[in-house]
Write a protein of this length. Sequence first.
Length: 182
Amino acid sequence: MQIPVLETKRLILKPLVAEDAPQIQQYYPRWDIVRYMVASVPWPYPEDGASQYVNNVALPEMEKGLSWFWTLRLRDQPENLIGVICLSEEEDNNRGFWLRPEYQRQGLMREASIVVTDYWFNTLNRTVLRAPKAAANSRSRAISASSGMRLIKTEKKQYISGVMDSETWEITRDEWNARHRL
């Protein structure tokens, strides 16, 4: 299945391509972004970290139909990557994202999450979406809560910033469509 370009009022979500790696390498390895990432993300981030991840993990998973990655771009600056959002078939880890700090607190990731979650349920026809996160990541928690997700599990996990409380949030397709059908 070809991954489509998705759009919101303010954003263009373009499917990830190898040519995005340099911008990801430039913007991703910042403490404000990575501190709540799982410990499997290398830190300090290697000079070829984005290229390795894009070419050896993300793009192969996209080709196999196991993951869907989009870069986030403002409509009025489509050449400028401001973040990434993805969907995955991984058990209990179906959606993840990051956004450059200077674009946070504007509702942009909430916009992206809505259109991507709708794609999960109503294009990919999945029945449940689960999203894990560090409990301390209050902005991510707020996006989940405001979209109707509920907390279903807590545990300890290793993140880049150390062992922390971790939460798994969930919403079903029926719950999603009752609240958000686009």
